[in-house]
Design a protein around this ligand. Sequence first.
Ligand code: ADP
Length: 501
Amino acid sequence: MGKALFHELKQLISLRSLKARIFFYILLAGVIPCLLMRFGILDNYEERSVERRIAAVQNQLLVIGNHLISHNYFNNTQTDEKAYAASRDVIDAELETISNLYEGRVLIVDSGLRVVKDTYGISEGKTIISEEVIRCFRGENTSYYDREHGYIEMTVPIMAAAASSEEGDQEASANNIVGVMLTSISNEAIVSTMEVLNRRAVILENLIFVFIVAIAIAVAILLTRPLNRITNAINEVQAGYTDENISVPGYAETAHIVEAFNQLLKRMKVLDDSRQEFVANVSHELKTPMTSIKVLADALLTEENATAELYREFMGDIVSEIDRENKIINDLLTLVKMDKKVQDMNVASLNINDLTELILKRLRPIARKKDVELVFESMRPVVAEVDEVKMTLIMTNLVENAIKYNKEHGWVKVELDADHQFFTFKVSDSGLGIPEDALAHIYERFYRTDKSHSREIGGTGLGLAITKSAILKHRGSITVTSVEGEGSCFTVKIPLTYIPQ
Ligand code: ADP
């Protein structure tokens, strides 16, 4: 249990499990837009709020600026001291109101950069040399938001005459600037609204997060369920409860896996059947000579007046049956060796012309016995990388078959040719030919078109199986064309250079 949990956790961390991947991808797809939205919206809100606040304050300051001019605020050379003081009070009250309203401070600077009014009352009479103020005197309105220290600073010019502040005439309007209002206001209202919004967004985000996690878990489990079902079904087959095709309803993709598995199962069944058939065939083939030997021996034993001649004759038959048994066993051993997965290829560069000549020389006596003419035609000298023993097997089997399954006074023609990649070894004969329906089976173990005739000739039905196996080891191919009663033609194609598996 603990081990299983550890395994699950390990899978989740390494992201190797499909379930974990689906879970994380859904989580990312849900959470990232959420976070982006929160920061995007809040940032945008802040920017717009600051802009709106600046615009509102600037408007009000412009109005006050006009009042300043109309009340001759900068010019205290008025004769009526009383009236000047009264109008100053009005302006001061206005400035007080605005600084209270926006929790800020307003400084009025005259053209000599002297502070004539400070709503905080600290800097009056002092000279202020600040870049913003100087730029404002040149006709540039500035505003600056300091988020870290929580204030917005702006400058608003005070124009001598409203009429001269025409649009686009910066130079002219700059000349009319008689003072600057340097204002800083608090951004606390914005910050507190942002905090409220942020808190709400975090709550909402947490809710969405929980919701997405739940959905991601559910989807990950649901999506991977058919895969678990397939694993279970395959395990059942593996455990041996059933060897039926598995059927798991699911997605098109899982249907493909199931289909592929069923195909594999089918192939395994075919292999299993052919293995059983092979064992049955081997037993049968080995039993036949034994039965003959027993019959012959029994006959000799029961024959009371058996002559020495009869003994010699029967013993001769027994020896040929033993030879046959030996041949079958040798062929079987060759085949088993050929089937071994471990490479036992002994490859060397070989003159194929010489090898063919040698094999034909060995087979010539058999051909002569059957009165079959053996012809060799070589188009060019061929040198190839082959396993000599296996190549000899291939050539001998094919030529031997062509002689064995031939008519009297027939012929066998061996042709050798090559291109830049392969060499072809072609054996054609004027023999019995192979029936069309048998062509697909001749490479099967123990297959013979005519069992009794073949046995009579001395065939085991293993020759072509061995031949094909040896050709495949060389990564070559074998094809056959045949007309029953007229003859057959086997063509072997083998690469000139050996390609290891
Ligand atoms: P066998 O040892 O019996 O010859 P093979 O595997 O070599 O077995 O051949 C399988 C069968 O294919 C033979 O029994 C024979 O019927 C048929 N066959 C093979 N080669 C030829 C051929 N050249 N002409 C006619 N039939 C052939």
